[in-house]
Design a protein around this ligand. Structure first.
Ligand SMILES: [Ca+2]
Ligand SMILES: [Ca+2]
Length: 363
């Protein structure tokens, strides 16, 4: 995928190559405010003020990301440097000059972190290390060094909603180790009239079936809004919030220029009631298949206001980092399959808390 993000005085242009190479058209605004056109055949256009400056007026000087060409790399298939048939970081490094020649400004790497690869690397076992078949931290540092030499920026995928169940955090949480007891969303579940154990409620995962999985060792259910091997981190726990900020800072320290944030709308779930019960989600009426995610309206598990606040905090972290360490603005690109009124909150508005996320996309 490539996209261009080219705001002019009153215009943001957004194009996208899908898997067949089709380039989606650029939407132009008609009312003097920046406009985004989304891709994948579900072109959606909406107005967005304050993308480039204060008071709803365009800033006179463009920042780098406003005229950048981003190039996504899926490390596994991009370039193999050692002949084992698997793409790797050294392979990417060897092709950076080619990307530079193409006119690319920044490369966005799909997840490179240690992972059992249950979900193409979006199940992270160690947020602070590299998947061995892709290389080492030293290889990563060399990649950033070479990118810098060429004037290219490196963007990483940031996957905040969940980890792998093979992450040490999860293993410690299963064992109720001190400090990790509430790192994930645990619940006893209930007994039905037949005395059988049943999940806490009707929530469904994004793939198929219940979002709750029984853990024999801990004797509780854990929530996984995605696959069974992707337990949701508990964002109600300040230690988790702090830990994920450490992840961002760690990679900023290694020289990345920002993050593409995965699956943002799922970060927070609604709070349980005073008895500890999480509410059932209502039926959508879209399908009769009770295991299909679209069977329910996800009013308690997606698009919560707390999630927007979390993204605001990450944006602030990146801005603070730039203030302290200098350099160009670090970008935050968020993935959100959400209603437009919710998506707009990520961009911010003319309020002091305007977020100014640099781009939102659904792929
Ligand atoms: Ca290789
Ligand atoms: Ca979540």
């Amino acid at each position: 995928m490539r996209f261009f993000s080219i705001p002019q005085n009153s215009l943001l242009e957004y194009t996208h190559h899908n898997s067949s190479g089709a380039l989606f058209p650029i939407e132009k605004c008609s009312n003097n405010i920046p406009t985004i056109a989304f891709a994948l055949g579900q072109e959606r256009t909406f107005a967005c003020d304050d993308l480039v400056g204060q008071s709803g007026r365009a800033a006179p000087v463009r920042e780098w990301w406003q005229s950048a060409q981003f190039y996504q790399i899926y490390p596994r298939s991009f370039m193999d440097s050692n002949g084992d048939g698997i793409g790797d970081l050294a392979g990417i490094t060897s092709r950076l000059s080619y990307l530079k020649e193409l006119g690319v400004t920044a490369v966005w790497l799909s997840p490179i972190y240690t992972s059992p690869m249950a979900d193409f690397g979006y199940d992270i076992a160690d947020f602070f290390d590299i998947q061995p078949e892709y290389g080492t931290l030293d290889d990563f540092d060399k990649l950033v060094q070479e990118a810098n030499r060429l004037g290219l920026k490196v963007i990483l995928d940031f996957v905040p909603n969940h980890s792998s169940d093979e992450n040490d955090w999860f293993k410690k949480s299963v064992r109720r180790e001190r400090g990790y007891e509430d790192y994930y969303m645990w619940h006893d579940g209930y007994k039905n009239e037949q005395g059988e154990r049943v999940p806490p409620n009707n929530w469904l995962q994004a793939f198929r079936g219940s979002a709750w999985e029984w853990n024999e060792e801990r004797q509780q259910y854990y929530l996984h809004q995605f696959a069974v091997k992707q337990p949701d981190l508990n964002y109600r726990n300040p230690a988790v919030v702090a830990q994920m900020k450490r992840v961002l800072t760690y990679w900023l320290d290694r020289g990345v220029s920002g993050f593409r944030v995965d699956a943002v709308p799922w970060c927070f779930e609604v709070l349980p009631d005073e008895t500890g019960r999480y509410p059932d989600e209502p039926k959508s009426g879209y399908t009769d298949d009770p295991d299909d995610s679209s069977y329910l309206l996800h009013i308690y598990t997606q698009d919560l206001p707390e999630t927007v606040d979390m993204v605001y905090q990450w944006r602030k972290l990146l801005d603070d980092y730039q203030r302290i360490h200098g350099g160009d603005r670090r970008v935050l690109l968020t993935e959100a399959w959400s209603p437009l009124d919710y998506v707009m909150k990520f961009y911010g508005n003319r309020t002091p808390r305007a977020l100014k996320c640099h781009s939102i996309f659904s792929l």
